[in-house]
Design a binder for this molecule. Structure first.
Ligand SMILES: Cc1cc2nc3c(=O)[nH]c(=O)nc-3n(C[C@H](O)[C@H](O)[C@H](O)COP(=O)(O)OP(=O)(O)OC[C@H]3O[C@@H](n4cnc5c(N)ncnc54)[C@H](O)[C@@H]3O)c2cc1C
Length: 333
């Protein structure tokens, strides 16, 4: 079995397949955690980017509840799978801060719906607090899973250029090289359409910056705001991480170009000033997310391509979804 892609999805797949004693090799075109999994904000949130009230409207009550349950379980199971390795995990909770009256009303409604459905969420008059949420160092988490793989099971620097399904397997081409795999699983997220153009995943850029350690605490827990378009947190060592503002330039951010832009970075700089952070900005970066039309991941056999499976399309919440999605795909195989 061949897994393509070495992010949180690919390394989770390798982990779950190994637990089921299924022989698998993972190939990655750059290095482990090179993609969004090594560049994200590290929020471990229950649910999707939209509020629970909006998710209930979009997916229906049952489905919304299932999504919140699976992502809650993802948090617990993924951290357990690190088996005590240091992955920067803290369960501080998360706060969703409304940017306007509409969002405020949705969050107040969400509190009630979440409580009715058995989730621990409270509106404190300003923010919706979810006590079970947390944060993680995403690259460390990917490394913690990768480290548990069999020797030789991960091959970095292998850029798959084509996959051709056959009756009893799949021919995989990487430049001049070829191999046969019984089954291929695409864990290529935003990059999936480069291999299979019919897959509807929209590459979408997200940008961030980080500061040097700031002595002042600017937040007690990871904060999400403006329908998920703004987010910030502060590490235990003081560094402030802030990202988002994609909504100010939605069209230019529909891209696979992973360079930060002056336009979005200026918004992040302004936000840092508003927080009165004096520490200097030390890092600026961008990563590429994979958006699906439904806002939910794609998991399972790929239509029209025998022996090819997909585990991708995490729409901005891969750290919250991928470990359990990978489990589901491994089980279906
Ligand atoms: C700035 C930013 C902030 C974010 N914040 C959060 C957050 O706080 N919480 C959260 O849950 N999510 C967040 N996300 C989203 C999250 O990072 C992604 O959903 C998640 O990392 C996707 O994981 P993945 O393994 O599917 O994809 P990736 O990590 O992108 O991995 C895909 C890998 O496939 C490899 N690949 C692609 N094509 C090929 C090929 N042909 N051959 C070989 N290898 C190939 C790539 O090199 C890449 O390493 C954020 C994303 C960004 C960019």
């Amino acid at each position: 079995m061949l897994v393509i892609g070495g992010g949180i999805a690919g390394t989770s797949l390798l982990w779950h397949l190994a637990r089921r004693r299924i022989d698998a090799v993972l190939v990655e075109r750059h290095h482990i955690a090179w993609g969004a999994s090594g560049r994200n904000a590290g929020f471990l949130l229950a649910g999707v980017a939209s509020s629970y009230a909006e998710a209930v409207q979009t997916y229906g009550r049952e489905k919304a509840r299932e999504v919140w349950e699976i992502t809650g379980e993802n948090h617990d199971r993924m951290v357990e799978a690190a088996r005590g390795q240091e992955v920067g995990h803290r369960r501080l909770g998360s706060a969703i801060l409304p940017a306007n009256d509409d969002e405020r009303a949705l969050l107040i409604e969400s509190e009630q719906l979440l409580q009715e459905d058995g989730f621990n969420a409270t509106w404190d008059g300003e923010r919706l607090i979810n006590r079970r949420d947390g944060e993680i160092d995403p690259a460390a988490m990917v490394a913690a899973l990768a480290r548990q793989s069999e020797r030789g099971a991960i091959r970095e620097g292998v850029d798959v250029s084509a996959i051709t399904p056959r009756r009893h397997g799949v021919t995989v081409t990487a430049g001049e090289d070829m191999c046969e795999a019984g089954v291929v699983i695409l864990a290529t997220n935003a990059y999936t359409p480069q291999l299979v153009p019919s897959v509807k995943i929209q590459p979408t850029r997200a940008q961030m910056l980080a500061t040097a350690p700031e002595p002042k605490r600017i937040t007690d827990m990871p904060v999400y705001s403006n329908f998920g378009y703004r987010y910030w947190r502060q590490l235990a060592s003081g560094e402030v991480l802030i990202g988002g503002w994609r909504d100010t330039s939605l069209e230019t951010e529909k891209t696979s170009e992973d360079e930060p832009t002056a336009e979005i970075q200026e918004h992040l700089d302004r936000a840092i000033e508003e927080f009165r952070v004096n520490a200097e900005v030390t890092h600026r970066w961008a990563g590429i997310m994979g958006f699906t039309e439904s806002g939910l991941p794609m998991a399972g056999p790929l239509e029209g391509m025998p022996n090819v499976y997909i585990c991708a399309g995490f729409t901005g919440h891969g750290m919250g979804f991928a470990f359990m999605t990978a489990k589901q795909v491994a089980e279906s195989i």
